[in-house]
Design a protein around this ligand. Structure first.
Ligand code: SAH
Length: 477
C-alpha cells in the first residue's frame, strides 16, 4: 500500500480549483458536497461553473495561469489542478511544493500529493475504492458492485445508530450484550423499515426500553438461496447480499469453492450435504437446524446448488419453516439445465427442434415405477436429466422402449459453467459408453434432444480463459 486512505474535513477550507472545464466542474461538485469554500481560476468557464458562481456557491476569477504570482493573493488550503496544459500543471505543482500546499493534478499522478478514490456515498457510511492510480476504471467497476450491494437505507441506519449510541450505552452497560444488541439492531431494522421510522421519533427512556426489547426479541429469518450451477458470476445480486450478511450458512456439497469464498468471513458454516441412503433423517435434521438457528435470532442462509425448488427439496424445507412460523425468503438460482445449456451452447428450445422442455430425474428409486416414460420419449421435446449418471443405462433403455430414436442427439455436460466444464456429444444409445469411456463424474447433466447438435457449433465458453479473453462466437460459412 502506497497511499493511506484518510477522510479530510474540508468544511470551510479554502480550495483553489485551476481550470474551468468539465473535469474541474466534477471536482468542484465533489468539494461542494463536503462544504469547501471554492475559488476557481481559468480563462474560460463551463456554463455550470458560471451558474454556481452566479448562485454564489463558488467564486470564479478569469485569469491567465501562465503567471502564478496571482495565486499569492489567496489563502489556500488545497489545490486541484485541472487545466489541460501540462506546463501550467507542472508549475502549479512546483508552486504548491514551495508553499507547502497539498495539490492534486487531475490525471497526472506524479504531480499529486494526494489522489481521490471512487466513492460509494451512503452518508454517513462512505466507501472509498482506490487502485492507487493504477486502474481507475477497475476502481469504478468495483464501485458499481458495491453500489449494488449496499442497501440505500444504510446511511439512515447509521444516523439512527449515532443518535441512540449513548443512550444504549447507558441502558446496556455490558460490552458483549451491547455488541449483540447492535448486531441484531442492524439486521432487525433492515427488515422493518416502517416500525423503525415510528420508533425513532422520540427516544426517551421508555422508548429506548421498547427498542431494546423489540430488537432482542427478534426472530431470525431463513433465506433459501439458489447458488446456481457453480460459476460465481451466475449468482444473483440478492444471493450475494444474503451470503454477505448471513450469521450462519447451511450448505450443500455441490457448492463451488469460489462461491463459498463469497460468504461473510465470520459466518458459521455448516455442511449439511446429504449422504446417499440417509435422506429422510438427514432432511429432518436439516429442517431442525434451520428452525433452531432462526429461533436464536440469527440470519440463516440455506445455500443449495442450482435452484432450491428444482430437485432441491427446497419445498420440504420451507414447509417445515412455515409450520413452525419461521420467517423465510426464497432466492431463486439458475438451475443446472438452464446454466449448463447456456454454457454448452445448447438452445433448450428452438422452433425447428423442440417446443417443450422437460426436467427429469431417474434417480429416486421410490418413484421409478411412476415415471411416465411415454411423455419423456416424445419428439420435439428437450429432456434435461438431473442425477442421471448412475441410472443412465436404464434411462436410455426406457426411452428407446417408449419410442425415442436410439440415434437421437444427446449431450452430457460435466461441471457445467465451471472452469472444468466438459461437454460430450453423441447419440442416445451411446450414453452409457460415453460415461464410462470418458469417466464422467458428478455433477453432470444429460440433455437429450436434437437441439444438442448445436453444442459443437455454438461452443462459446472457453474454460480458464473466459475471464480474461471471452471467445466471441462468429459463425463461419
Ligand atoms: N437444485 C439443483 C439440482 C440438484 S440435483 C439445480 O437446480 O440445478 C443435482 C444434479 O444437478 C446433479 O446430479 C447434476 O445432474 C445437476 N447439476 C448440478 N450442477 C451441475 C453442474 N454444474 N453441471 C452439470 N450438472 C449439474
Amino acid at each position: 500500500m502506497n497511499y493511506l486512505p484518510i477522510n479530510i474535513k474540508l468544511k470551510n477550507k479554502q480550495v483553489l480549483v485551476l481550470g474551468g472545464g468539465s473535469v474541474a466542474q466534477r471536482k468542484i461538485n465533489n468539494m461542494l458536497v463536503v462544504g469547501a469554500k471554492i475559488t476557481c481560476l481559468a480563462l474560460n468557464f463551463e456554463n455550470q461553473i458560471k451558474q454556481l458562481a452566479d448562485n454564489k456557491k463558488i467564486q470564479i476569477m478569469r485569469c491567465d495561469l501562465t503567471d502564478l504570482n496571482i495565486l499569492d493573493q489567496f489563502h489556500i488550503d488545497l489545490i486541484i489542478s485541472a487545466t489541460d496544459q501540462e506546463v501550467i500543471n507542472q508549475s502549479v505543482y512546483n508552486y504548491a511544493q514551495r508553499k507547502n500546499i497539498w495539490v492534486n493534478t487531475v490525471d497526472q499522478q506524479d504531480l499529486c500529493d494526494f489522489i481521490t478514490p471512487a466513492i460509494v456515498d451512503r452518508s454517513p457510511i462512505v466507501v472509498a475504492i482506490s487502485s492507487e492510480g493504477s486502474a481507475p476504471v477497475l476502481a469504478r467497476i468495483i464501485k458499481q458492485k458495491i453500489e449494488y450491494l449496499l442497501p440505500l437505507n444504510i446511511g439512515y441506519l447509521a444516523t439512527i445508530a449515532k443518535k441512540l449510541r449513548n443512550k444504549i450505552k447507558t441502558a446496556i452497560p455490558d460490552f458483549n450484550n451491547r455488541r449483540r444488541f447492535w448486531d441484531r439492531f442492524f439486521q432487525w431494522s433492515h427488515q422493518s423499515q416502517s416500525i423503525l421510522k415510528d420508533k425513532f421519533k422520540t427516544t426517551n427512556k421508555q422508548q429506548i426500553k421498547t427498542i431494546i426489547n423489540s430488537v432482542n426479541q427478534t426472530q431470525g429469518k431463513v433465506h433459501l438461496v439458489g447458488a446456481g450451477p457453480g460459476n460465481p458470476d451466475l449468482l444473483t445480486i440478492k444471493a450475494i447480499k444474503v451470503l454477505q450478511t448471513a450469521d450462519v450458512v447451511l450448505h450443500d456439497h455441490l457448492i463451488s469453492s469460489e462461491i463459498m469464498n463469497m460468504i461473510r468471513k465470520d459466518a458459521e458454516l455448516i455442511d449439511v450435504g446429504k449422504q446417499a441412503g440417509n435422506h429422510k433423517t438427514k432432511q429432518h435434521n436439516i429442517n431442525q437446524l434451520l428452525i433452531q438457528h432462526a429461533r436464536d435470532g440469527q440470519q440463516v442462509c440455506r445455500l443449495k446448488g442450482g435452484d432450491s425448488f428444482v430437485f432441491g427439496r427446497g419445498g420440504e424445507e420451507v414447509l417445515a419453516l412455515a409450520e413452525n412460523k419461521i420467517a423465510f425468503e426464497i432466492v431463486p438460482g439458475i438451475t443446472a439445465a438452464v446454466g449448463c445449456a447456456a454454457y454448452a451452447g445448447i438452445p433448450l428450445t428452438h422452433r425447428d427442434h423442440a417446443q417443450s422442455l422437460a426436467f427429469m430425474t431417474a434417480h429416486c428409486s421410490d418413484s421409478e415405477d411412476t415415471i411416465d416414460w411415454k411423455f419423456y420419449a416424445k419428439n420435439n421435446q428437450t429432456l434435461a436429466v438431473y442425477m442421471g449418471l448412475i441410472k443412465a443405462e436404464h434411462l436410455v433403455n426406457k426411452l428407446i422402449e417408449n419410442g425415442k430414436s436410439p440415434t437421437e442427439h444427446v449431450a452430457i455436460i460435466e461441471n457445467g459453467t465451471r472452469e472444468s466444464q466438459r461437454t460430450l456429444t453423441g447419440s442416445l444409445h451411446q450414453i452409457p459408453d460415453m460415461i464410462i469411456a470418458n469417466q464422467v463424474q458428478s455433477p453432470a447433466l444429460i440433455v437429450i434432444g436434437s437441439v444438442t447438435q448445436y453444442a459443437k457449433e455454438l461452443d462459446w465458453f472457453v474454460p480458464h480463459q473466459s475471464q480474461q479473453e471471452p471467445k466471441a462466437y462468429l459463425k463461419t460459412a
